[in-house]
Write a protein that binds this ligand. Structure first.
Ligand SMILES: Cc1cc2nc3c(=O)[nH]c(=O)nc-3n(C[C@H](O)[C@H](O)[C@H](O)COP(=O)(O)O)c2cc1C
Ligand SMILES: Nc1ncnc2c1ncn2[C@@H]1O[C@H](COP(=O)(O)OP(=O)(O)OP(=O)(O)O)[C@@H](O)[C@H]1O
Length: 314
């Protein structure tokens, strides 16, 4: 999959594509349905499939303080889009220039001159252009005049409600990992590099890999049963995401993983932690002994859950 940053880098590319536009945060089942349809249309029209995303996401640009936490960082989103068979991602800087483009100018400059679009696939609620003035009907009219087709993807629902990134964030925040995973179509995962921690976990009896979250705030907290792939081997484990209120922390959320049946050094490695089931909320314990007893019980629960199962089939 090719990544193109900015419209100016598109011009040397061969013209023509099928495209869709959006945030695609999480690449959930609704997104996957659009991407599957896009793939079909790309094959029919013999042009590449292209996903247009924005960095920052529009809400992060307009109201940075109130913008929701992302489900996926750019790197994770690109991996998921590649897995869905997308040929090209065009990442546009969402800035003053872009936000001031009228709906007509967006069609002319981005879709026609930039992408040379042959077919556009969007959700029927899709709106675009300055003040979100452009809608589905506007696109259909523009397509008729300029020779591209526009199709509204069928809404994908779960339990009678539309799947959306917002709904997945809400499910994760309220502790309903199972619902979030059903809407994602696969277990939720977070990835990052393993950093050195305070080395306290070893004293508690359970070494943990501290996965760097950078400025990325995870959309949930708590203790989870997780799976991690290391050098082609899948290992079960238990992870905590949170502020570690029992020990004096730095006030920032941490993701720590204890892997069962692993004794090697993971510092500096990039780990993807896959969340399968929530065990409990993070708690503030009165003493380190009480914290240790709780982690002992978490590890015992993880052993009961993971060991004896063929992990790569779960
Ligand atoms: C399975 C697991 C569960 C945890 N649960 C809690 C918890 O409920 N409350 C808490 O304050 N810290 C919890 N922690 C975090 C510990 O406080 C943390 O591992 C310890 O501070 C060591 O940090 P270090 O690796 O930076 O040395 C948990 C850690 C693990 C691995
Ligand atoms: N459940 C769904 N069924 C069909 N299409 C969807 C679904 N969810 C999103 N889409 C479409 O996918 C494209 C990208 O969507 P986008 O990521 O902006 O929306 P979203 O998942 O609803 O996010 P948010 O909750 O932040 O609004 C848009 O065209 C949108 O209409």
């Amino acid at each position: 999959m090719q990544l193109v940053r900015g419209l100016h880098n598109l011009s040397p590319l061969p013209q023509g594509c099928v495209a869709t536009i959006g945030n695609f945060d999480g690449v959930h089942l609704g997104h996957q349905a659009i991407l599957a349809r896009l793939h079909e249309r790309a094959i029919e029209l013999k042009v590449p499939s292209c996903v247009v995303i924005f960095e920052p996401q529009p809400r992060e640009y307009f109201t940075p303080e109130q913008a929701p936490v992302r489900l996926t960082r750019l790197r994770e989103k690109l991996e998921l889009l590649a897995k869905a068979g997308v040929d090209r991602v065009v990442c546009l800087a969402f800035n003053r220039r872009l936000r001031e483009l009228s709906a007509q100018a967006f069609i002319d400059q981005v879709l026609i001159q930039g992408l040379g679009i042959k077919h556009l696939e969007v959700g029927d609620d899709f709106r675009f252009g300055c003040d979100r003035a452009g809608d589905f009907d506007f696109l259909v009219d523009a397509g008729r005049i300029n020779g591209f087709t526009v199709e509204a993807a069928k809404t994908v629902e779960l339990d009678g409600m539309r799947i959306s990134s917002t709904r997945i964030r809400e499910a994760l925040a309220s502790g309903d990992l199972a619902l979030a995973n059903r809407m994602l179509g696969c277990p939720y995962a977070l990835s990052g590099r393993v950093l050195h921690g305070q080395k306290l976990a070893r004293q508690l009896g359970w070494p943990t890999a501290n996965v760097q979250l950078k400025r990325h705030l995870p959309p949930m907290k708590g203790v989870y049963l997780v799976k991690v792939d290391i050098h082609g081997q899948t290992l079960g484990g238990v992870a905590n995401i949170g502020l570690r209120p029992t020990v004096k922390g730095d006030g920032r959320p941490h993701l720590e993983v204890h892997l069962l049946e692993y004794a090697g050094d993971l510092y500096g490695q990039h780990l993807t932690v896959v969340f399968h089931r929530k065990l409990r909320d993070e708690q503030r314990f009165a003493s380190l002994e009480a914290l240790k007893a709780a982690i002992d019980a978490d590890v015992a629960a993880a052993r009961a859950y993971w060991l004896g199962q063929p992990l790569d089939e779960i």
